[in-house]
Design a protein around this ligand. Structure first.
Ligand SMILES: [Zn+2]
Length: 224
């Protein structure tokens, strides 16, 4: 199978029992990352967006979505009930379920993830990926919406998730970078400083120190 060609295993939705062919991504080639860690993927942006999207699977029947393989999920009765309720009540799903915009799977995975008590770091990651898809698909207002949601999850994660090491540094940095992208340049600068403190010159995250330097300069220029 060529690299980047998704496999399409048959999966069963753990919420409604509907069976369908999912599109799991195989590995794909990247040529570096943007400053918010969005992978640069050769080819058309919409092809890149498709590959990023295949990180989540969404049931076409009930909209249950998750980043994990459906086979690996073992939901309790209460979780299933809670998820059904949330999916039914969710405002964005009500409006966009028919149109299936490219970010919908990530949004649904976030809705379901809250009921499954995913960590804030993971919820933030779903929203960050949604913002990448929006950028590649030129859905500008939704890009900002998901950046804001990712930022809030990451800030909560810094308070609640006991992050350490690389994950702590990267999460702190991302709060800065998302602030910068949302136009809060001074806020961004504060978070870059915080992120720099967490790396403590660790050579394994030298790439992040370089990124913090570069993005701080940018934010200072933008704040001026
Ligand atoms: Zn389903």
């Amino acid at each position: 199978m060529p690299v980047g060609e998704p496999s399409r295993p048959y999966v069963v939705c753990p919420v409604c029992g509907h069976g369908f062919r999912a599109a799991y991504a195989s590995s794909y080639v990247t040529v570096g990352r943007e400053a918010d860690l969005c992978p640069k993927i050769p080819g058309r942006p919409s092809d890149g967006a498709r590959l990023i999207r295949s990180a989540v699977t969404m049931c076409p029947m009930c909209s249950f979505a998750a980043g994990e393989a459906f086979d690996d999920l073992d939901l309790t009765f209460d979780e299933r009930y809670g998820i059904e309720e949330r999916l039914r009540e969710d405002g964005l799903l009500k409006v966009f379920r028919k149109g299936q915009p490219p970010w919908l799977g990530f949004h649904a995975a976030e809705v379901c993830g809250k009921e499954r008590n995913l960590k804030s770091r993971e919820l933030g990651d779903l929203c960050l990926r949604a913002s990448w898809v929006c950028r590649k698909e030129k859905e500008r207002p939704f890009e900002s919406t998901f950046q804001l949601r990712a930022m809030r999850h990451f800030m909560r994660s810094l308070q609640e998730d006991d992050l350490i090491g690389r994950e702590l540094s990267v999460t702190t940095y991302l709060v800065g970078e998302l602030n910068r992208r949302l136009g809060n340049h001074r806020e961004a600068l504060n978070w870059y400083v915080n992120a720099g403190r967490t790396t403590e010159g660790d050579p394994r995250v030298a790439w992040l120190d370089r990124l913090i330097d570069r993005q701080s300069k940018l934010a200072r220029e933008q704040a001026a």
